[in-house]
Each structure stands twice: as structure tokens, then as C-alpha cells.
Design a protein around this ligand. Structure first.
Ligand SMILES: *Cc1c(COP(=O)(O)O)cnc(C)c1O
Length: 386
């Protein structure tokens, strides 16, 4: 099958597979190397042909969307939020030496991976609720008075599209007089929340730089936005970056380090493409699309519940339909599950199966999914009666 046709059945992962058009002018950039080696805010230090001016523009456009004023904005275009998390964790670990790393069970696996690489001496993994949000009681129980903490919270978890209760988590850290560095993993939600109204998402300001507690953030560009290659924008406050540089330079083997990114060579073409997409981004269009997709999610949840999959759920501001595995197992046989998973490229974790509704998933595909589900379930109902 042609890719475009096949793509419309990809409902397993939170990426937007809609077709996008990259202009000839931009494509011709591939005729020569552009390498954004190092800090794009120190363009004069880059010894190679680069696209750092466009990169800064992309970063500042994202900053603007997330309430980070231009004069307080630092960041770069990277190759995905996994390394965006690494950047935030590295900055936190250096700024707060001997801090405990804190994140929830539902955090992205990149955080587990880099926790080990960065040699955090203490790691506390907080339980999450069934819906994927951090469990506040467990956070309260596990954090000690005056503990130094690097905390990673998530805006849009991978499996359930959940938003950690940022304000409550901060209140707990403050009530225990903790010094902390807070990195927000907004791989998914960073491109959702800014476009939703206060009514659609009442706590939206907790998830942008309006929230003074946030030091850094990563947002993926291939997820909601749908860039043609994996990409993220990492954002941090200028003051945080300044402190980080001072700290890094005080360590002898980092002495006078100008490049404070986790990368060496960085793709300049990617930055060009991301800059174009950011310049073309239309907030009203985004809001309409997201509202439509959230509507599709809610409709599927409703239909599943009517069919007897009572525990199916979605989250406020979430793009995932989530079915706990015990319900999935109750309703469909193993063979039927396999068929459905294969047709729609669905993904199971140890506790749930999810269906992601991104821009490329049309109403008619949603209807097809619902009727497939009905058809499979009726087959079973029939077998049971016989
Ligand atoms: C996808 C995702 C990541 C990783 O992002 P990549 O861009 O795929 O590297 C990190 N965190 C969350 C919550 C994600 O959903």
C-alpha cells in the first residue's frame, strides 16, 4: 500500500502522520551541509555553515507559545524529546549537586535510561494512579524535609496522555522546604495545552513558563505538529542557563565550555524545517484541530462504554483512548485483540492498550474502529449464547 493510505491506520502512537509539503526552496538546502554545532545563541562560535538564526527563531516562536519572553528564552532544536529530557536532567543534576531524581512510574522511558547515565546517586520513582497521573500521597511519603530534588513531571504521558498535577506536586516540595529543579517533559502536551482555552483546560498556566517553578521544558515537533523528521525544541530560562554555564565552567574538565548542549554536531536542515513549520503555525487552526481530535477521543470512549467496555477512559486535554487490559481481555479474545492491534498498529503496555487520535485519524477511521470493535464483540456474544 502507498504510505499515505497505510498511515491513516496508525493509531498506536502519538505522532501526526498527515502529509506535509516542504518547499523546493527548503529542500534545496540538502545540497550542502548545514551543521548547527554548539549553542545557537553563540553563533559566532560555530565554525561551520549553519542555520542558527532560523533555529533561534523557531525556539523563540515556541517560547512565545509557552509564555517564555524572548529576552528570557534559551534553547535549541534537537532530534527528539528523549534527548530534550537528557538536557534538562543534566542541567538539574549539575545545578543541584547530589540531588535526588524524582519522577513517576508513568514517565517516559528516556528518563529511566538517562537517570542511569547521569549517575544520580538517589532516584525516587513515584507511583502513578490508574489514569497515569503522579500519586500525590506517594510523593508526599517519599520526599524528605530539605531534600534537594531534580523533579521531572509530564504533560501528556505516553500511555494515557495524562498531565501530572503540577501545582500540587510543587506545593508538596515547598511544604517540605525542598530546593528543586523542575524539568517538564511536554513532548506531547507542550503542543496541546497552549491552544486549549481555560475552559477546556483550567490549569493550563501551570504547564507554561508562567509557572515560575519550571526551569526547562522539551516539546516534540513530530507528535502533534507532525514534522517530517523526529525533532524537539528544548527551552530553558536564560538565568538557569547562565547558572548552568557557571557551574559547568567551575568543573576542570568542562573548563570554558561554550557548548552546553548534549549534542556535538546538530542537524541544521532540521532546524530550517522546524522554523518554517513554526512560522506557519496558526493558533486558531491548532485549537480547532485539537478540539476536533479530543471530540473524536470522547466519542470513541462513549461508544466503547456503551458496548460494555466500562473502564475505557480519556483524560482532559488527552488525545488517547485508554482501555485497561483487564477490560480488553474481558471483551475480546486473544486472537481478536491481535487482529485489531495489527490493523490499527495499537500498542499495549503491561496495564493498558491505547488508541491515539492524531490529525491524520479521520472521522471515518474512528467509525471503522468502532464498528470493528462492535463486530468482534458480537462474534463473542454469539459464541457465548451458543
Ligand atoms: C514521545 C515522548 C518522549 C520522547 O520523545 P522523542 O521525541 O520520541 O524522543 C518523551 N516523553 C514523552 C512523554 C513522550 O511522549
Amino acid at each position: 500500500m502507498e504510505n499515505g493510505l497505510k498511515n491513516k491506520y496508525y493509531l498506536g502512537i502519538q505522532v501526526n502522520l498527515s502529509e506535509i509539503h516542504v518547499s523546493e526552496r527548503i529542500l534545496s538546502r540538502l545540497n550542502h551541509l548545514t551543521n548547527n554545532l554548539g549553542d545557537c545563541y553563540l553563533e559566532e562560535n560555530c565554525p561551520l555553515p549553519n542555520t542558527m538564526e532560523e533555529e533561534r527563531e523557531a525556539v523563540e516562536l515556541m517560547g512565545n507559545i509557552l509564555d517564555l519572553p524572548k529576552d528570557d528564552c534559551w534553547g535549541y532544536v534537537g532530534e527528539g524529546s528523549s534527548l530534550g529530557n537528557l538536557q534538562g536532567m543534566w542541567m538539574g543534576s549539575l545545578l543541584l549537586s547530589d540531588a535526588t531524581l524524582v519522577f513517576s512510574e508513568s514517565a517516559h522511558y528516556s528518563i529511566y535510561k538517562f537517570a542511569a547515565c547521569l549517575k544520580f546517586k538517589k532516584i525516587k520513582i513515584i507511583k502513578s494512579q490508574v489514569n497515569g497521573e503522579m500519586d500525590l500521597h506517594d510523593l508526599y511519603d517519599k520526599i524528605e524535609e530539605n531534600e534537594k530534588v531534580v523533579i521531572i513531571l509530564t504533560a501528556g504521558t505516553t500511555m494515557t496522555s495524562a498531565y501530572d498535577p503540577v501545582e500540587d506536586c510543587m506545593d508538596i516540595l515547598k511544604s517540605k522546604s525542598c530546593e528543586f529543579y523542575f524539568h517538564l517533559d511536554a513532548a506531547l502536551g507542550g503542543m496541546i495545552i497552549p491552544f486549549l482555552s481555560q475552559e477546556q483546560f483550567p490549569s493550563k498556566n501551570d504547564f507554561t513558563f508562567r509557572n515560575k517553578d519550571i526551569s526547562s521544558m522539551t516539546v516534540s515537533m513530530h507528535k502533534v505538529l507532525g514534522s517530517p523528521m523526529p525533532a524537539n525544541i528544548f527551552l530553558a530560562r536564560q538565568q538557569v542557563v547562565k547558572d548552568f554555564k557557571n557551574k559547568a565552567n567551575s568543573i576542570s574538565y568542562f573548563n570554558n565550555m561554550n557548548d552546553i548542549t548534549v549534542y556535538g554536531s546538530r542537524d541544521g536542515f532540521r532546524a530550517t524545517v522546524i522554523c518554517e513549520l513554526m512560522k506557519d503555525l496558526d493558533a486558531t487552526l491548532m485549537k480547532n484541530r485539537l478540539t476536533a481530535n479530543i471530540g473524536k477521543v470522547e466519542k470513541i470512549v462513549f461508544e466503547l462504554q456503551c458496548m460494555g467496555v466500562e473502564n475505557a477512559f480519556s483524560q482532559q486535554g488527552g488525545l488517547a483512548v485508554v482501555i485497561p487490559l483487564h477490560s480488553f481481555n474481558e471483551v475480546l479474545t486473544e486472537e481478536q485483540q491481535f487482529w485489531l492491534q495489527k490493523k490499527y498498529s495499537l500498542i499495549k503496555s503491561s496495564t493498558v492498550v491505547h488508541i491515539y487520535i492524531m490529525d491524520h485519524v479521520s472521522d471515518s477511521i474512528c467509525d471503522e474502529l468502532i464498528s470493528d470493535f462492535k463486530m468482534l464483540k458480537e462474534q463473542n456474544d454469539y459464541v457465548e449464547v451458543v
